[in-house]
Design a binder for this molecule. Structure first.
Ligand code: ATP
Ligand code: MG
Length: 428
């Protein structure tokens, strides 16, 4: 026998369906975050999922994990090199330069959607995953750094996620980082025998990234490395102090982690991460920092940038699923239409109710069948109420109501009064 198509064709490794029993949680997460974003004056942008490969190579940096081994890159039919976006910042910078968005005002933007990285799939790490990110352009001071962090803290509050730890560091100005870089290269060079393969490559291309190594065997060497904090210049220190003071003012607790560097090449000054101890190895749920040199690096003006990105899979996991959110997508009422003659009237009634009650979620039974089988489906649908239109009701121009989730007798109301009764009954 031939194997069925679905046996052979499964979703791509590391890329998952999000099924209807969990999209309620996802919608709640996205809506809650998006509401907070708009309360802070951030506006959404949507960029294509596919960009020219060069965009990521030039912005994220050749020596990063993303560019060196994680990108989904392919030639299109015209042999143009394209890449599925692995993150959101490169695309938003491309877009704002292309459209001259930053001409006058500072910009506060956010994006949401899938990202693609060819990684080893494991719990909390997939090949298609989702991020919401916020980005601000044109603001230099630590006030905006503090706003972004305060806003992210508000996400956790609104989502009821507790126990996250905020880690901060400063990578300093380009000048300060240059000085530290030389000291670090000297230290690592002296210990070259202890470096793993990745780190040897990075020693030449981007030594700071060695501090971000996840290899346990590298940790001792990293811990003994000279501290970045000792090489900061006045501008870097002032900026960082300014940020810490503002966070203190609004009681946001943080830990300064002098080894914290971000995965991408383009960061400067502030970097931060929100970490959890509840998800095993994949501990970072939100990561961000400043990238003041990025637009200039692309040939634009020297315009400051700062932002963060959150991994939504990890946040959904932390939130846990709730019955209430699952039920968000359930109908309020299930309309049972029993009998041949009732179909047209049932359909018209359903449309009329939707005209009158904008919030009403009504699931109309389609496909006929006995009253008994329809009633079973009504119960399974999760609806609070069954509306029953049978031959009897049709005659009398009424409809019967039967509560499905609580005790209560079946009642009968006229078609004219139905909308009003539902409004009261369902508190719409
Ligand atoms: P890591 O060091 O864990 O690989 P990263 O530095 O590559 O993280 P970022 O590019 O900063 O991660 O992405 C921001 C957030 O997006 C991460 O903190 C994480 O929550 C989420 N994220 C990144 N990659 C994945 C993935 N492959 N699967 C699920 N979530 C991810
Ligand atoms: Mg990564």
């Amino acid at each position: 026998m031939e194997t069925s198509l679905t046996e052979k064709i499964q979703s791509v490794k590391g890329m998952h369906d999000i099924l209807n029993d969990s999209t309620g949680d996802w919608q709640y997460l996205e809506k809650t975050i998006q509401t907070v974003l708009s309360r802070y004056g951030y506006e959404e942008i949507r960029t294509p999922l596919v960009e020219k490969t060069e965009l990521f190579e030039r912005s994220i940096g050749e020596a990063t994990d993303i560019v060196s081994k994680e990108m989904y890159t392919f030639p299109d039919r015209n042999d143009q090199r394209l890449t599925l976006r692995p993150e959101g910042t490169a695309s938003s910078v491309r877009s704002l330069m292309q459209h001259g968005l930053y001409q006058n005002n500072p910009l506060r933007l956010w994006y949401c959607g899938p990202m693609f990285r060819y990684e080893r799939p494991q719990k909390g790490r997939t090949r298609q995953f989702h991020q919401i990110g916020a980005e601000v352009y044109g603001l230099n001071g630590p006030d905006i750094d503090a706003e972004l962090i305060a806003m992210s803290a508000r996400f956790w509050k609104e989502l009821g996620i507790t126990g996250l730890q905020l880690q901060l560091n400063t990578l300093g100005t380009n000048a300060a980082r240059q000085v530290y870089r030389e000291v670090l290269v000297e230290y690592l060079g002296d210990n070259e025998a202890d470096l793993d393969e990745d780190s040897r490559v990075r020693l030449l291309k981007n030594p700071l990234r060695i501090l971000d190594s996840k290899n346990p065997e590298m940790q001792a060497l990293i811990n003994d490395a000279p501290s970045m904090a000792d090489y900061m210049d006045e501008e870097s220190i002032d900026h960082f102090d300014g940020l810490k003071q503002l966070l203190d003012e609004i009681n946001i607790a943080y830990t300064v982690n002098p080894r914290l560097v971000r995965g991408l090449d383009y960061y400067s000054k502030t970097v931060f991460e929100w970490l959890t101890d509840q998800l095993g190895a994949q501990a970072t749920v939100c990561a961000g920092g400043r990238y003041d040199g990025l637009i200039e690096h692309f040939g634009g003006k020297a315009i400051a940038g700062i932002g963060f990105a959150m991994g939504l899979e990890r946040l959904v996991e932390l939130m846990g699923s709730s019955e209430g959110r699952k039920n968000q997508q359930k109908p309020h009422v299930y309309l049972i239409i029993a009998g041949e003659e009732t179909v047209t009237t049932g359909f018209k009634l359903a449309e009329q109710l939707k005209n009158e009650l904008k919030e009403l979620k009504l699931l109309m039974h389609c496909g006929g069948g006995s009253f008994k089988s329809q009633f079973k489906k009504a119960d399974k649908s999760g609806a609070q109420l069954a509306l029953i239109l049978g031959e009897d009701e049709l005659q009398k121009q009424t409809i019967s109501l039967k509560p499905l989730r609580k005790e209560g007798d079946q009642t009968e109301v006229s078609w004219e009064k139905l909308a009003e009764v539902l409004r009261t009954e369902l508190e719409l």
